[in-house]
Design a protein around this ligand. Structure first.
Ligand code: AMP
Ligand code: ZN
Length: 482
């Protein structure tokens, strides 16, 4: 599989260190509020990547952190503590807030068919691991103490800027909102590993450490949680593009300084979901959630479909009109699946199956081109083969796309049956069998282009007061009251 690697800035063949085994790390949510659908675009595309890696035969172990330690919106002692802000807003403790929004996050993920990672680790579970890594960094000379805090010394690295060509001069305060003034820092890009002195006197969660009572910087959690569950080497690290700098850059700095070797080979970054007024962001206060989509009558899987229709490496503009279009297309897709009539006696057509599958894997093998994979799904209906083969292909693709179209189609057919049942509740079984036999005979006559016979059947029924009605869902009938 070819995947764009942000670290090398090239599309590369994805080859895990141990063939067939993939260690995958995902930056998890900061749990001070509901996830917005922008965050969930990132997790949806990561989910497709994970499912595709499994589909092509890999055993994937995926680890996700939960940021429940108040982290600052910058690396200086500035910005705001998001967790504390959330707790104050809701008159709860930080841990209560974290628990509530962690549960809400996974409930949203479930609705979007985003698989739960194999390991989910809250940052507050790993304070001893953070302290151990910071001690190692101090011992190796990559960290220093200043003003009561411990900082990472970025000047000790041969190459700090991995994902971009920034220079120190680029990091002027105010030029990038991720960099703010901190007179303790030796270099502008240095970042905090452990705080004991902070402007947040009311910081709720604090722990003892060799440097005094305090709390960790933001970036250390991902380096340590990845190491705790996946060891010193990672195959794949994922996140939204806003995390590339400074967060992922700092994760690499910490981990590679600790181990003295390359840490993670492939970096997968999902680009943003924007609205017409710019990037969707939690800190802006106003944002769209899965619950809001549901309130407005959208199945969350329509949003998943919407995400899959565009490439992860491009920004995606959200609008209700775009979502409506996705809804219409999704419903049509479900109706087409529902209309397939799979006959037990048919055989899977191996050549057609291989043809359909190749289009699908060609799309995803080429840097996870999900929109082409969706096209491959549409192409299944065009294949010159039986419906059993088509259904088998759709079932196969759904292992990755996971759009819920099979279940939706099944439900649609069951609802239709019930509808017919209700409508025909007063019709005797003998009459029902007679009418159904005539409907089937008429269908066969029409298929054979024997329209005269088809009309004759219609007339025969009409003479008995039975009117046929051809609908998109098939032929229905009504019986005149006598
Ligand atoms: P957070 O909960 O803020 O830590 O973000 C969770 C994930 O969502 C991270 O991987 C972010 O990079 C990503 N993210 C944040 N905003 C957006 C957005 N507007 N579109 C897509 N992904 C985003
Ligand atoms: Zn992270």
């Amino acid at each position: 599989m070819l995947l764009y690697n942000s670290a090398t800035r090239k599309k590369e063949e994805f080859i895990p260190r141990i063939p067939g085994k993939v260690s995958m790390y995902t930056c998890g949510p900061t749990v001070y509020h509901f996830a917005h659908i922008g965050n969930l675009r990132t997790y949806t595309m990561e989910d497709v990547l994970e499912k595709y890696l499994r589909y092509i035969g890999n055993d994937v172990k995926r680890v996700m952190n939960i940021t429940d330690v108040g982290h600052l919106s910058s690396d200086g002692d500035t910005g705001e503590d998001k967790m504390l802000k959330g707790a104050k807003r809701e008159h709860k403790t930080v841990l209560e807030i974290a628990k509530f929004y962690t549960d809400a996050f996974f409930a949203d993920c479930e609705k979007l068919h985003i698989r739960k990672p194999d390991v989910i680790e809250p940052a507050t579970n790993c304070i001893p691991e953070f302290i151990t890594m910071i001690e190692t960094l101090l011992e190796k000379g990559y960290a220093y103490e200043a003003g009561g805090n411990i900082y990472f010394d970025t000047s000790k690295l041969e190459k700090y800027y991995v994902f971009n060509d920034f220079k120190e001069e680029d990091l002027e305060v105010g030029v990038r909102d991720s960099v703010e003034a901190d007179s303790n820092k030796k270099n502008k890009a240095d970042f905090v590993l452990w705080f004991t002195k902070s402007k947040f006197e009311d910081q709720e969660l604090k722990w003892d450490s060799p440097w005094g009572v305090g709390y960790p910087g933001w970036h250390i959690e991902c380096s340590c949680i990845a190491a705790k569950h996946l060891g010193e080497y990672l195959d794949l690290h994922c996140g939204g593009i806003d995390n590339a700098f400074p967060h992922h850059t700092n994760e690499i700095a910490q981990s590679e300084a600790t181990y003295g070797h390359e840490w993670c080979k492939y970096w997968f970054h999902v680009h943003h979901l924007n609205t017409n007024s710019g990037k969707m962001s939690k800190s802006k206060g106003e944002f769209l959630t899965v619950s809001l989509l549901e309130e407005k009558g959208y199945d969350p899987l329509v949003y998943r479909f919407f995400c899959l229709q565009s490439h992860y490496s491009k920004n995606l503009v959200f609008s209700w009109e775009n979502l409506d279009n996705a809804k219409i297309a999704y419903n049509k897709l479900v109706a087409r699946v529902a209309a397939l009539s799979v006959k037990a006696e048919d055989e899977i057509d191996a050549a057609a199956f291989a043809e359909g599958k190749k289009r699908f894997t060609d799309a995803l093998d080429n840097d996870l081109n999900t929109s082409l994979a969706v096209t491959a799904l549409y192409d299944v209906f065009k294949l010159k083969t039986n419906d059993k083969t088509k259904m088998a292909l759709i079932e196969d693709f759904e292992k990755v796309l996971d759009l819920g179209i099979l279940a939706a189609a099944k439900k649609q057919n069951a609802d239709k049956k019930n509808e017919n049942k209700d409508e025909n509740a007063n019709v005797s079984p003998e009459l029902l069998a007679y009418i159904n036999e005539k409907i089937e005979a008429r269908r066969a006559a029409k298929k054979a282009k024997n329209f005269a016979e088809a009309d004759a059947i219609r007339d025969e029924l009409a003479a008995k007061g039975i009117t046929l009605l051809d609908t998109r869902e098939g032929t229905k009938f009504s019986i005149a009251e006598v």
